[in-house]
Design a protein around this ligand. Structure first.
Ligand SMILES: [Zn+2]
Length: 124
């Protein structure tokens, strides 16, 4: 049976976006920092250290470079955001707007890069 996220993930007091996340077996806890690597997140588990960190350290940021523990911490944060936005409609609207603005910014940045590449290829 899947465990409740609040039993698996615990915020680290005084450390912004940092969490202790239990291993799947429940015998160990790992430290996750969700802001590291430009928001990809970082974990001190062996899987992250050996497979994802070397790629991220080369400056390659991708959405799939996250271990189970990072995904669980992100899940807890998202649940908390949605729960708090349900409590206050104004706050919920504001959060929803922020998500849309960040999405638009990211899409436009991507389009900008893509169009630059197209312009360069036309020059050749
Ligand atoms: Zn991990």
């Amino acid at each position: 049976m899947p465990r409740d996220l609040t039993h698996e993930v615990e915020p680290i007091f005084g450390e912004r976006w940092c969490y202790h996340v239990r291993s799947r077996s429940g015998h160990q806890a790992y430290r996750v920092d969700l802001e590291a690597f430009e928001g990809n997140g970082q974990c001190d588990c062996l899987h992250f250290e050996t497979r994802f960190k070397p790629i991220l350290s080369r400056g390659i940021a991708r959405d799939w470079l996250r271990c189970y523990h990072i995904l669980r911490a992100r899940g807890l944060v998202l649940n908390a955001i949605i729960a708090s936005s349900n409590r206050s409609p104004t706050f919920g609207q504001m959060l929803s707007k922020i998500v849309r603005l960040v999405w638009e910014e990211t899409v436009n940045k991507w389009k900008g890069k893509h169009e630059d590449a197209e312009d360069r290829s036309l020059v050749r």
